[in-house]
Design a protein around this ligand. Structure first.
Ligand SMILES: Cc1cc2nc3c(=O)[nH]c(=O)nc-3n(C[C@H](O)[C@H](O)[C@H](O)COP(=O)(O)OP(=O)(O)OC[C@H]3O[C@@H](n4cnc5c(N)ncnc54)[C@H](O)[C@@H]3O)c2cc1C
Length: 328
């Protein structure tokens, strides 16, 4: 049976970041993901200052900055009228702004860095069971050829998203609920006269709308909706901005659309014996309170520090529990 120090289950932004951090620290890590390829869609787009500080250590931040839009100001408006203007310029960080970059690009840059560090994502490897034992854990997975494989690891990190198999295997509860509204999420080509270095939040009787710049002159539109439609076309987005935006905004093209519901859940604990959780597997929240939508941000950093501490023997492993797995 193959043996490694750490298995990271999931190669979303969380698993990729951890993979880079552990490779950089010289730790033997196996990153596996059930999907044949990375999700190549826009999704979470805001990268906050603390995330840029964390990723600086992995030499990823300059690459994100080279591609993303630097947005130093957050403005709250009703129509064109400014209600509040928040300037991040005074924050005590080398990155006093939010950076706008589609998640697909963040993942591509992290994946490239992992390759540079000598790592790789083993794709089409779906973890089906995790058993914690006296000196680590045994991970069962179905490989690309459909054959079952076993790997032993001292630690297993569940970076496998909200429906985490590892969390289920560890028997960790995921307490919380779901907000009633759904959200419309779209990347559009937009003509309007408002500043391009601001995130604009519009308050309107019909609901909230946020418009933020993206690379390539595109804009991200996020809006609350009682029931977001399956598909949103140009007339729908135009109607939304006409009702909630500053007026005289023209939606030219819808480049990508999705709708989502926001959960607020947190794992009852982030670690049981050799099993750890990070990213959405550990906590999901409303985007504005995340350290990095889609990256688990500071949570990844805590997990990294904890693993490095365990690896160096600075932290005494708690008594492992033996649990039979199942998909979460
Ligand atoms: C359409 C859409 C829009 C979104 N928009 C926003 C947004 O605007 N703002 C925001 O904050 N967040 C948004 N999100 C959420 C954001 O994308 C997630 O928070 C983020 O991807 C979480 O990263 P992660 O690495 O923790 O988990 P994920 O990105 O979910 O990655 C988990 C990975 O684990 C793999 N995996 C799962 N189970 C197994 C298994 N058993 N074996 C092997 N691999 C497994 C999956 O294939 C996946 O690649 C959006 C999500 C979607 C789908």
């Amino acid at each position: 049976m193959e043996r490694v120090e750490v298995v990271v289950v999931g190669a979303g932004p969380t698993g990729l970041t951890l993979g880079c951090a552990l490779r950089q620290a010289g730790i033997d890590v196996l990153v596996v993901d059930g999907a044949a390829e990375g999700a190549n869609t826009s999704r979470a787009a805001v990268v906050h200052a603390r995330t840029l500080e964390v990723l600086e250590q992995l030499d990823v931040t300059p690459r994100l900055l080279a591609e993303g839009c630097v947005v130093p100001v957050f403005t709250v408006r009703t129509g064109r009228r400014v209600l509040a203007r928040i300037d991040f310029g005074g924050l005590p960080t080398p990155y006093p702004f939010t950076l706008m970059l589609p998640q697909s690009r963040t993942e591509a840059l992290l994946s490239g860095r992992l390759t540079e560090l000598g790592g790789q994502v083993h794709r089409r490897c779906s973890v089906t069971a995790v058993r914690a034992g006296a000196d680590g854990a045994e991970v069962s997975m179905t490989g690309p050829d459909g054959q079952s494989q076993q790997v032993r690891a001292r630690y297993v990190v569940g970076a496998d998203g909200m429906h985490s198999t590892v969390r289920g295997a560890a028997g960790i509860g995921f307490t919380g609920g779901r907000y009633p509204q759904s959200f419309v999420l779209a990347d559009v080509r937009l003509d309007w006269s408002l500043p391009s270095d601001e995130v604009q939040l519009f308050l309107a009787p019909a609901g909230l709308a946020v418009v933020a710049p993206l690379p390539g002159g595109h804009h991200r539109v996020v809006a609350t909706a009682d029931t977001a439609p399956d598909h949103a076309d140009q007339p729908y987005l135009q109607m939304l901005l006409d009702h909630r935006g500053p007026g005289r905004a023209q939606v030219r093209e819808v480049l990508w659309y999705s709708r989502f519901r926001v959960h607020h859940r947190v794992a009852d604990t982030y670690r049981v014996g050799p099993l750890l959780l990070a990213g959405d597997a550990a906590h999901v929240a409303e985007p504005s309170v995340r350290h990095h939508p889609g990256l688990g941000g500071v949570g990844v950093e805590r997990c990294r520090q904890r693993l490095l501490g365990l690896h160096r023997g600075h932290v005494q492993p708690v008594q492992p529990v033996r649990i039979q797995a199942g998909r979460g």
